[in-house]
Ligand binder design. Structure first.
Ligand SMILES: Nc1nc2c(c(=O)[nH]1)N[C@H]1C(S)=C(S)[C@@H](COP(=O)(O)O)O[C@H]1N2
Ligand SMILES: [Mo]
Length: 317
């Protein structure tokens, strides 16, 4: 079903709807399918309908059920040079970039984000490794940001670019079994190797070219000039969601956990909460949200770091 859906979404506006429906009855028969097909025709109508249709919310819990400790997982302290510089100044220089298929790209500091309307929710985080934690998250609804930026009609997904390097293209980890064998069940394997390597390397995306030299891939400025040149491309964590989830009121970019600023181990300065999905969708260290019409150009094209390694793109709980 997910493959059908990808095919459908990337098939392009020029194809007749009926031709597409032929192989995709199961998907197109759903409400989601019908609404997704509307995107190319009238994005404003689509977004209006989305906002008016009752959102499905994940369960929220009473404060008494908050876990005493929210287990950090995956990357817990990004080794990347740029991230370290931001963290050293308590993220006072941090700017979240919102760009891609938007009318007006945004660049917002943590103070800017804290000044916007916020949402607080107590939800349960379920990791595929088999553990759960209940935490209280506060942050800016993604819908707030998307409404301010204004979507272009072609926008279909939000891609979350994260600060942490997990490996390097072309084999960045020593003693590797190969990327295809790495799974979330073995985060320390990924993490330990990545820390050793990324700490020694420039984080800024391999050899800069004339076109991308002024900006790294988070849009946070030029790579450090003193950094050693590295031909390898760092593979950073990324995630993506569709506009249904993007506009869900529980979808927030969280800056507080349990009433305190988010610890680095849980994704400071900003992490995604998309509450109806599993843990690996909850991107930490979010530097940039890019609105796109296709996921094909990112990583291996499956929509996320773990999705590229075999996990489902829609990780419903
Ligand atoms: N940037 C980034 N986001 C990430 C990960 C990661 O390694 N890097 N791990 C994911 C996984 S598998 C889980 S379970 C959660 C863990 O979030 P926590 O550290 O707050 O428990 O973050 C998710 N988001
Ligand atoms: Mo996870």
């Amino acid at each position: 079903m997910i493959l059908h859906r990808r095919k459908l979404l990337t098939a392009g506006a020029g194809l007749a709807g009926t031709a597409l429906l032929g192989g995709c009855d199961r998907f197109s028969g759903t409400e989601t399918g019908r609404r997704t097909l509307k995107v190319g025709e009238d994005a404003n109508l689509y977004v209006q309908r989305l906002l008016m249709s009752p959102a499905t919310l994940a369960r929220e819990f009473p404060a008494a059920m908050i876990s005493p400790w929210f287990k950090p997982n995956g990357t817990i302290d990004p080794p990347d040079r740029k991230f370290r510089a931001l963290a050293a100044k308590k993220f006072s220089d941090f700017k979240l970039t919102i760009d891609g298929l938007v009318q007006k790209p945004l660049s917002l500091s943590l103070a800017d984000l804290r000044g916007l309307p916020s949402r607080t929710q107590i939800t349960r985080h379920d990791c595929v490794e088999g553990w759960s934690c209940i935490g209280q998250w506060s942050g800016v609804p993604l819908a707030e940001l998307l409404n301010r930026a204004g979507l272009k009609p072609q926008a279909r997904y939000a891609v979350f670019h994260c600060a942490d390097t997990l490996e390097y293209a072309g084999g960045g980890l020593e003693g590797g079994d190969g990327a295809s064998l790495w799974r979330p069940e073995h985060p320390s394997h990924v993490r330990d190797g990545a820390i050793q390597l990324a700490a020694a390397e420039d984080w800024g995306g391999g050899a800069p070219t004339a076109t991308d030299a002024p900006k790294d891939d988070w849009g946070q400025g030029a790579p450090e000039p003193e950094a050693p040149e590295d031909k390898r491309t760092p593979i950073r964590y990324y995630e993506s969601i569709d506009l249904f989830d993007a506009f869900n009121p529980q979808t927030i970019l969280a800056y507080d956990l349990n009433g305190k600023p988010l610890p680095v181990s849980n994704g400071a300065p900003l992490r995604l909460r998309v509450e109806r999905q599993l843990g690996y969708k909850q991107a930490k260290y979010v530097m940039r949200v890019e609105l796109v019409d296709s996921l094909a150009g990112f990583g291996q094209g499956a929509g996320g770091y773990w999705e590229d390694r075999g996990y489902e793109w829609y990780a419903g709980i």
